[in-house]
Design a protein around this ligand. Structure first.
Ligand SMILES: NC(=O)c1ccc[n+]([C@@H]2O[C@H](COP(=O)([O-])OP(=O)(O)OC[C@H]3O[C@@H](n4cnc5c(N)ncnc54)[C@H](OP(=O)(O)O)[C@@H]3O)[C@@H](O)[C@H]2O)c1
Length: 206
């Protein structure tokens, strides 16, 4: 896909790029981090628009269980190898108007671009929500403009889900202006439920 970077990533990871274990995040609930990624991914300047969320099937299934006040702000682009028929059979409770099912990251990126660019676009921004392959592919294909990174100050070497390709070369860590959403949290170190972490924002350096 030949296009300028246009996506955002929201991700929490430890010092060795661990993101998950056995279907869950490997740390205790981090309430301020929840506020951080939910606020960024659900807020739009135009209240009539939604943000598109690109997610693998497992991450989508988790996100779809969130409170309706968040779910109703997202348009899902779900990556799965399942046929459309099988997917909608097994996810029959989902409102179909706000979901696109695709079979590769490339197809998901194309769909996101189309939704953003159509004349009466109802999508304002695009966020990659995970898991491993969607994050890695977005970075590898140089489609990411901004990263909202929650860096957990631990090294969890025995976890199942870790990003092996997440190279921040070409990105610079930024301090956002005070009128940007939750910018007061940038670089802030927080300790919650026994876990220490920090919010970092990166932008492609070009
Ligand atoms: N720390 C964080 O910020 C964060 C964020 C998200 C998730 N997580 C954690 O990460 C773990 C889940 O990771 P995951 O990588 O297994 O989840 P995932 O990417 O959400 O889901 C994996 C599934 O997505 C589909 N998929 C993903 N990429 C695909 C591709 N390129 N082509 C075709 N299908 C694709 C496949 O579905 P089918 O099986 O249907 O074909 C695959 O089985 C959990 O522990 C979760 O808690 C952490």
């Amino acid at each position: 896909m030949n296009t300028k970077p246009f996506m955002n990533i929201v991700v929490a990871m430890d010092k060795v790029n661990t993101i998950g274990h056995q279907g869950k995040v490997p740390w205790a609930p981090l309430p301020t981090d929840n506020k951080w990624y939910l606020t960024h991914s659900t807020t739009t300047k135009d209240p009539s628009k939604r943000n598109a969320i690109i997610a693998g099937r497992s991450t989508f299934e988790d996100a779809a269980q969130f409170d309706q006040k968040y779910v109703s702000r997202w348009h899902f682009i779900v990556i799965t190898s399942q046929s459309l028929e099988r997917f909608f059979d097994t996810h029959s409770n989902i409102e179909r108007d706000h979901i696109d099912v695709v079979h590769s990251f490339e197809e998901g990126a194309q769909k996101a671009k189309e939704l953003l660019e159509q004349p009466s676009a109802t999508i304002e921004s695009v966020y990659i929500f995970g898991g491993v392959k969607p994050y890695e592919e977005a970075m590898e294909r140089q489609l990411v403009k901004r990263i909202y990174l929650t860096r957990v100050f631990s090294e969890l070497n025995d976890c199942e889900h870790r990003l092996s390709k997440f190279d921040l070369n070409g990105f610079k860590r930024i301090k956002r202006s005070s009128n940007e959403l939750l910018s007061e949290y940038d670089d802030k170190i927080i300790e919650e439920n026994g876990w220490k972490y920090q919010f970092e924002v990166y932008e492609r350096d070009d």
